[in-house]
Write a protein that binds this ligand. Structure first.
Ligand code: SF4
Length: 427
């Protein structure tokens, strides 16, 4: 494999296990465990490999991918070889740029209306036959149960709307269906093929499904248009969740998606071997199949290790990229600063304000808009209200000035509080 180059840092390019991305602290290796799950022993092996062949830091991305940091050109081939030998990689790793689908970490057990895991597997298999999709094309397969993925953006959404029936959401704008779940993978594949065809005709203007007009979206499926499924309550992102058959899940999130490999090793060591571990788009893990006492013990351990175990933890509402010194492009230590910002803005975050701290305009952690976006520039932050890293800043501040302006009665606080009043508190 050739070395990753700075050219590959362009927007839209995705790292994978075989094609890592160069960052300030070495190569970032993204991996997809088979079936998007691991056993405790598997997680311990990943943690050991991250310590041995990387710099000991592991991330979980907003697409629920595992990432090993600090890999070197010398350690990468050995890491891949060991991941493969130990059965820690998806059999199709390397067939495409990245996994297409995202499924709830509580799928199969939270009152789902369709079998999201089986459907995602079929969609992955059929999607691999479609060429011409953008690297970040994403499909959410949501079983319609209590762990809603409604707020996670995607290109195509397949949602259970009645027992065995699904609806398809195109660019979260246009809904079609209903259709039996057995037909959903083929319908999704047909939409992908149609989109790839339109994209080939206008590659500069059509990058994602959302770039198509409503009329163009309508040409991608023959299914009738329907109204959008009713929104569900926001899902629990951290803490204890009661599941079927007197079992519990412990949802643990990593602050800003990152922790030491040794921390994950401690968690995996603490749970029984039959526990099932899934990854969540809230940058965390779901330890499933626990009894109540084991789940409580695990959450206590996670809290003591500095991880997020409560749904109202303000760090859950903050997106932050690796920042300096981990990333060579970073112009501010976002990861460290984000913790202080989360604390300073805790009341606003609890009321639904979104905060994004990015080390540069590339916006790896969150490409979309946020109520408050901070973009690192020469150790300071460009401050954008209600926009993305590429929008016009209202000011450039250092961290102490920023923290002061987030205090009650200060200008940025007042503007963000105004945004909350307009939108209403998050339900
Ligand atoms: S957004 Fe952050 S992680 Fe991404 S390139 Fe910029 S500084 Fe690095």
């Amino acid at each position: 494999m050739s070395d990753p180059t700075r050219k590959e840092l362009r927007r839209g390019w995705c790292p994978s296990t075989l094609k890592p991305m160069e960052t300030g602290d070495g190569w970032l290796v993204r991996l997809h465990p088979p079936g998007a799950r691991l056993t405790p022993a598997g997680l311990r092996r990943v943690a050991a490999l991250a310590a041995e062949h990387g710099n000991g830091l592991i991330e979980i991305s907003a697409r629920a991918n595992l990432q090993i940091r600090g890999v070197t050109p010398a350690s990468h081939p050995v890491l891949v070889e060991r991941l493969l030998a130990q059965g820690l990689l998806d059999e199709h790793e390397g067939d495409g740029p990245q996994r297409l689908t995202l499924v709830s970490p509580l799928a199969e057990e939270a009152g789902g209306l369709i079998d999201a895991l089986a459907l995602a597997k079929r969609i992955e298999a059929q999607g691999r036959t479609v060429s011409g999709l953008p690297p970040k094309f994403s499909i959410i397969v949501d079983d319609g149960g209590s762990c809603s993925l409604d707020t996670i953006p995607c290109d195509l959404r397949v949602v259970g709307i009645a027992e065995g029936l699904a609806a398809l959401g195109l660019a979260d704008r246009r809904w079609h269906g209903p259709l039996p779940q057995a037909e959903a993978a083929a319908a999704a594949q047909s939409i992908q093929q149609g989109f790839a065809h339109l994209r080939r005709a206008a590659p500069e203007s059509v990058r994602r499904l959302r770039d198509l007009s409503d009329a163009a979206l309508a040409t991608l499926t023959h299914l009738p248009q329907i109204t959008a499924p009713a929104p569900r309550p926001a899902p629990q992102r951290a803490g204890l969740v009661a599941m079927a058959d007197d079992c519990f899940a412990a949802l643990v999130a990593l602050p800003f998606g990152r922790c030491e490999a040794a921390t994950l090793d401690r968690l995996a060591e603490a749970v029984a071997s039959e526990s099932d571990i899934r990854f969540s788009p809230w940058r965390g893990l779901a330890f499933r199949g626990l009894d109540r006492a084991a789940a409580d013990r695990l959450l206590t351990l996670a809290r003591n290790l500095g991880l997020i175990v409560a749904d109202d933890d303000p760090r859950l509402s903050v997106q932050a990229c690796a920042g300096s010194p981990a990333c060579s492009r970073a112009e501010a230590p976002t990861m460290v600063d984000a913790a202080r910002l989360a604390e300073a803005a805790a009341d606003l975050l609890a009321r639904g304000v979104s905060l994004h701290a990015s080390g540069c305009v590339k916006a790896c952690a969150h490409p979309g808009a946020a109520d408050l976006t901070l973009v690192g520039r020469a150790g300071h932050y460009d401050v954008v209200i209600g926009g993305t890293t590429r929008d016009k800043p209202i000011a450039t501040l250092d961290l102490p000035a920023l923290l002061a302006r987030l205090q009650p009665g200060q200008d940025i606080q007042a503007r963000l509080a105004g945004a909350v009043r307009k939108a209403g508190p998050r339900g």
